[in-house]
Design a protein. Structure first.
Length: 272
């Protein structure tokens, strides 16, 4: 009996996933090209990429909402109940260097991105034994976390060698060293641009589900439209997070170049 119930539930979830994929796929379609019989009109690679980003960040279109309401009705909801949406509190705008957010951003980054991030800290982080530091701030590259326990975070960073006592700049980085995150924060730790000039990563508004919707993801009531919508959004969160961190963040400079170059067909626009 339980096996049959489990199979039915998996089948319903598959239908929900298929519904979301179909509607998001339509939103991701490259409009105004010869695809699907449309006439060819002006389009750029930059516009295409940004439209994809908009689609994965704001997936609940009126068409998809109608489909989700029908799904809830098919699972036992009355038409009136299927139209009742509990509106969550609006998310705060994305932040980057506001106190406390640097740690949250770095903790959320995958290792492959973390290693490419640049941070900086006041020279007061080091002891100069009464002397004046050669430069006011030093830039470093995080390599890994030594400890991620809340309140006791320790991160490994390789710092630039910077300007020497003779005033000359020494190229390269010193050996990786561990640092208490609380000590770094006391010395004005902040995020810097990537090596290619792209803006530093920011606290993504899609990095995780709001606390008000977490309980919905564990609910098995697929007749509740709020549960259905929460599950639909959760399916696309990884794609939206990837777009923000990788395309808008790490590859932001390339996007800027694509925006500056206007061609009639995206295949003509080179990333480099």
């Amino acid at each position: 009996m339980l096996r049959g119930s489990s199979r039915r539930r998996k089948s319903k979830l598959f239908v929900l996933e298929l519904t979301v994929v179909v509607h998001v796929g339509r939103a991701l379609k490259i409009h105004n090209t010869i695809l699907e019989g449309d006439s060819f009109e002006f389009i750029t690679a930059y516009d295409t990429v940004m439209c994809i980003g908009d689609a994965v960040k704001s997936i609940i279109t009126p068409e998809l909402m109608t489909a989700l309401q029908k799904f809830a009705v098919s699972n036992g909801a009355t038409p009136n109940r299927a139209s009742i949406i509990t509106t969550p509190q609006p998310a705060s705008p994305p932040l980057s260097n506001v106190s406390g957010n640097v740690k949250e951003i770095l903790l959320a980054l995958p290792p492959s991105v973390l290693k490419n991030v640049n941070v900086s800290v006041d020279a007061s982080f080091w002891e100069w034994h009464g002397g004046s530091p050669p430069q006011p701030r030093y830039v470093g590259k995080p390599t890994s976390w030594a400890c991620q326990d809340e309140g006791a975070e320790v991160i490994r960073i390789k710092w630039e060698k910077g300007r020497g006592d003779d005033g000359n700049i020494e190229v390269g980085y010193a050996a990786t060293a561990s640092a208490s995150f609380s000590d770094l924060e006391k010395c004005a730790l902040r995020l810097e641009a990537f090596d290619d000039g792209a803006a530093p990563p920011r606290l993504s508004s899609v990095a995780q589900a709001p606390a008000s919707t977490v309980h919905l993801l564990s609910s098995t009531d697929l007749s509740d439209i709020n549960v259905v919508v929460a599950r639909a959004k959760a399916m696309i969160v990884p794609a939206a997070k990837y777009f923000e961190l990788t395309l808008e963040g790490k590859r932001g400079a390339q996007l800027a170049r694509m925006k500056a170059v206007r061609f009639f067909n995206p295949k003509h626009v080179l990333a480099r």
